[in-house]
Design a protein. Sequence first.
Length: 294
Amino acid sequence: MSELGIIGIILLIHAILLLITSIYAIKNWRRINPSHFLWMLLIPFFGPLTGFALIRASSKTPPDLDWLNQKEDFEKFNFSSYLSPEETIPLEEALLINDPKKRRLLMMNILRSDPMKYLDLLLVARFNEDSETAHYATATIMEIQRLFQLESQRMQQELADDPQNPSKHRDYIDLLSRYCDSGLLEGQLLYRQQLVLKKALEKAPEISEDPSILRIKIRNCLALKEAEEAKRTAQSLIRLNPLDESSWLEAIRVCVEIHDQDGMQQLLMRLKQTPVDFTAAGRQHLLFYVENLE
């Protein structure tokens, strides 16, 4: 047989395969991407076969894909049909189960109500060897981040409309603090968010004497390596509540974290002259901080 005849047979087979692939795509309601069709057309024999394999794969439903559907489907899903409350176990144990399908079911059943409660474990589950478990954990974390950002934008708008409202400042600072402490952010993203929190604290002078706000400011100053500002804020907390053990413990914690032995000694001397009624837990914390500074 001549070379021309061989080429003709190849082109005929190519055309037949191309036709079969097109008919299969139409019957299965699958649209062929024009760029993919061009490659199928230009590559004899292997082009149509590759296109057929891609179309056939796209028509299959990946296992447990329903766990990764849109948020609306997730909220409407009836988990009780899969697991009863008696069958639920802690998420820590769910991640150790060898059966991937059961592990996913348990995770979904546990996390459906309040994913924030299990955020630490979700951050670990991102690196689970089961791709579906890791995918679900990552998708949930991204959704939590999105909700944080949306809530932050909403509060910023409310503050712009009512900048003198202490309650709105307090809520906004609390949200930013929880976001920074959540573990969702790392590196430069976390640093930028801590700067945003710093600015929010500076813009809320009306609540500068609020103990909870002062504690947030102390943690943020320590995170930003602003040791002197952290010490000043801790002193403000003591002046505000001199008989509250938590005020002294916070100030002592600052000295421990910045390795300020002189400041610690001064605090302990002042503490001896102040009638603070420490609880048993408070005394244990105090002893822990003192031992860690030495």
